[in-house]
Design a protein around this ligand. Structure first.
Ligand code: MN
Length: 215
C-alpha cells in the first residue's frame, strides 16, 4: 500500500499563488484519490510490493492503463509538491550556469516554460528535465511523465490540469504559470535533481510502499 505523500509545507504556505482551499482539495481529494485507486488495482493483481517508480514504468510498458494513469498521477503529484516552496531562491551553481548557457537566462527559460504550458492542449504537466547536462522544457499528457523516458530526469514540474489552478486563477493558465515560476518553483530542489541527472546523489523518489518501508 502506498500512502498519500505529505506536503513539505503547510496548506496555506503557497498563498497567494495557490490558496489553502485549492491546495487542500488538490492534495486531500485529487491526489488522495489517485493513490486510493492505484492501491485498489495493485491489491487486485496481488503483485509484490515495489517502488512507485517501478509501478509507473512497468504499467506503461504493459499498457495497463488504469494502473498507469493512477500510479502516474500519484507520482506526478508527489513530485509537484516537492517542486514548490514558500520561500524560493534563485537557481544556483551548475544549474544556473546551464540555464544561462542553454536558454540565455532564467527569463528566457521562464518564457519557454510558460509557452509550453499554455500551448499544451488539455490536461497534463509541464516539466523542466535534464538528459545528462542538457536541459529541456517538455509537456506530457494526462498522467505521463519523464519517468518512462530512458535517460530523462525531471527537475521541476507544474500541474496543468484545470483542478490545479481553476479555483484561484479561473481560466488564466498563463497567469498561474507566471506566478508559479516566479514565486513558487523550488530551485534548490531542481539543483539537487540536476546533480542526480549527472550522477551526483539520488533523484527524488516517492515514499516507498508500507511493505517495503517496514522491511
Ligand atoms: Mn493535479
Amino acid at each position: 500500500m502506498f500512502q498519500l505523500s505529505e506536503l513539505p509545507y503547510g496548506y496555506a504556505a503557497l498563498e497567494p499563488v495557490i490558496s489553502e482551499t485549492a491546495l487542500r482539495l488538490h492534495h486531500q481529494k485529487h491526489h488522495a484519490r489517485y493513490v486510493e485507486v492505484m492501491n485498489g488495482v495493485l491489491a487486485e493483481t496481488g503483485a509484490p510490493a515495489r517502488p512507485l517508480e517501478e509501478v509507473v514504468v512497468q504499467s506503461a510498458r504493459e499498457g495497463a492503463r488504469k494502473l498507469f494513469n493512477n500510479a502516474g498521477q500519484a507520482w506526478n503529484h508527489g513530485f509537484f509538491w516537492r517542486s514548490m516552496t514558500p520561500a524560493p531562491a534563485a537557481p544556483g551553481g551548475d544549474l544556473a550556469a546551464a540555464i544561462t548557457a542553454q536558454f540565455g537566462g532564467v527569463a528566457e527559460l521562464k518564457a519557454a516554460f510558460v509557452a509550453e504550458g499554455v500551448g499544451h492542449f488539455g490536461s497534463g504537466w509541464v516539466w523542466l528535465i535534464a538528459e545528462g547536462d542538457k536541459l529541456s522544457v517538455v509537456s506530457t499528457h494526462d498522467a505521463a511523465s519523464p519517468l518512462t523516458e530512458a535517460g530523462q530526469t525531471p527537475l521541476l514540474v507544474c500541474d496543468l490540469w484545470e483542478h490545479a489552478y481553476y479555483l484561484d486563477h479561473k481560466n488564466d493558465r498563463a497567469g498561474f504559470l507566471n506566478a508559479w515560476f516566479d514565486q513558487r518553483a523550488d530551485w534548490t530542489f531542481a539543483d539537487a535533481q540536476y546533480g542526480a541527472a549527472r550522477g551526483r546523489g539520488e533523484a527524488w523518489r516517492y515514499p516507498a510502499p508500507s511493505e517495503l518501508a517496514a522491511a
